[in-house]
Design a protein around this ligand. Structure first.
Ligand SMILES: [Zn+2]
Length: 480
């Protein structure tokens, strides 16, 4: 990627609206007509896309107004990916709970880890996670909920990407760490209102604050209903883990009068609505899929975490029922890789292979690559209630986009562009990333922070955090 014709960097001081023209690209727009320009050009002015079309037309009409002209030499230009379920606070806990059962994972590793975390830890954890997100082409993510939203917001401001941040909220539940008693319902609501007041629509509009509900077993009915009403009043979203494990459904049936699980209960109390982003939703019946669809609830499918901890989610059935399904990585201790690129590949394979699990035969036609690509882009944008501005490359939308270099051993030959993006692409192919009209990675260099320095500080913070939390990871094999 290089400037040409003497039109390198010029003008565009702090605050000035810069303009960039990219041409000679395969542009996969993911717009409502699924247009792909074989030799496409795109013009960015300030933070928005001002023109998109054939290279020759865009060059003719806009090159005189461009501060920078970039010849992509046939590379792909695609919308920035949206990761709809990620625990940025858990990045320092990567590797603390590998190959252990769910109860050990939660009670002996995750809760001690999270309850000993400081705001500075959360800041470093989010920076480290953000580096991995950017390297996999993510320009927007939905935080699943952590303790220190202010630390996350500070990191997102620096990283230069977009986020819907949420606090992890619990007003009930057994087995929580002693230092981490549940807040009262009023405190849960007030704390989130304060965070909304402080951080919503900050960082040039890149940060939005959502409401979080950790999961049904840590939420009273009053917390659910007040969260529903306040989120609706503030026109923001709610992020909640829903129907993750069979035990959760059993717990709901034991403690309420519903005959199935979480989704049936949430339907009964009137909690399901279109601003709810339900993470995982693995253990849902056909009837419950109908409830989610009718209410317009969005589902974040996290294939790696599901395979490791939860089970096969009926994603094809949800897609067939018209539910907006997007893709998330979940957190580092349940997946290890925060790469949406890997997650797209897994989402396709797992849902094809699921056929063998339920009917004795795999289904290679399940979730084809164009469906997966939409899940990671426009469906992601819909899931975070931001599709009027992001999720596809269209005139008037924000300039959130990714340059993919397919001319590497990972992707050649290119017989089928769309399937290559889903089945062949690796993070190594992600060349450059722009968010809100500004480059956050260019030629594989992260621009807004010193990556080496973050890695060093985060590594030190992680060791101290594990020590404080008393988490000891047993050694394996025979270290000498
Ligand atoms: Zn999660």
């Amino acid at each position: 990627m290089e400037g040409e014709g003497g039109k390198g960097e010029k003008g565009g001081g702090a605050g000035a609206a810069r303009s960039t023209l990219l041409h000679n690209a395969v542009i996969v727009t993911v717009d409502s007509e699924s247009r792909v320009f074989r030799d496409g050009g795109l013009f960015v002015r300030g933070d928005r896309i001002d023109a998109i079309g054939r290279s020759a037309d865009v060059l003719r009409d806009f090159s005189c107004r461009a501060d920078e002209i970039i010849d992509l030499h046939g590379r792909f230009l695609i919308p920035g990916f949206v990761n709809t379920h990620v625990h940025t606070s858990q990045q320092l806990g990567r590797g603390i709970a590998d190959d252990v059962g769910l109860m050990t994972w939660l009670h002996e590793r995750i809760w001690p880890y999270e309850s000993n975390m400081t705001e500075e830890d959360s800041y470093l954890s989010t920076l480290l996670c953000g580096i991995e997100l950017i390297r996999s082409g993510v320009t927007c993510f939905a935080e699943a909920g952590g303790q220190h939203v202010t630390g996350m917001a500070k990191a997102v401001e620096l990283l230069g990407i977009r986020a819907c941040l949420a606090q992890s909220t619990m007003d009930s539940g057994e087995g929580l760490p002693a230092r981490w008693k549940p807040y009262s319902t009023d405190d849960c609501i007030q704390s989130q209102m304060n965070l909304y007041e402080k951080h919503h629509n900050t960082a040039d509009g890149r940060i939005r604050v959502w409401f979080g509900v950790r999961q049904i077993m840590n939420a009273t009915e009053r917390l659910l209903l007040e969260t529903r009403d306040i989120a609706m009043e503030l026109k923001t979203g709610i992020h909640m883990h829903v129907a993750e494990i069979p035990y959760e459904n059993q717990h709901v049936m034991r403690t309420t009068d519903v005959d199935h699980g979480t989704v049936t209960y949430l339907e009964k109390i009137g909690f399901l609505q279109s601003n709810l982003l339900a993470a995982h939703s693995v253990w849902v019946s056909d009837t419950e899929i109908g409830f989610l669809s009718n209410a317009g609830v969005k589902v974040s499918h996290c294939p790696a975490a599901a395979m490791r901890m939860l089970g096969f989610a009926p994603i094809q059935e949800m897609v067939d029922a018209g539910i907006c399904v997007s893709i998330g990585t979940d957190g580092a201790p349940s997946n290890n890789r925060m790469s949406i690129v890997d997650e797209m590949y897994l989402a396709s394979l797992i849902n094809k292979g699921r056929g063998a699990y339920i009917k004795g035969l795999t289904d290679p036609t399940a979730l084809p690559s164009e469906t997966i690509l939409k899940m990671a882009t426009i469906n992601g944008a819909k899931s975070v209630l931001w599709d009027s501005e992001i999720g596809s490359l269209e005139i008037g939308k924000k300039a959130d986009m990714v340059i993919v270099n397919p001319f590497m051993w990972t992707m050649v030959p290119l017989h089928d562009w769309i399937s290559s993006l889903v089945y062949c692409m690796r993070t190594e192919n992600i060349d450059s990333v722009m968010c809100n009209g500004r480059w956050v990675m260019r030629n594989r260099v992260i621009l807004n922070l010193d990556e080496g320095e973050v890695i060093s500080q985060a590594t030190q913070a992680a060791s101290k955090l594990l020590e404080r939390a008393g988490i000891v990871i047993p050694t394996r094999m025979n270290p000498l």
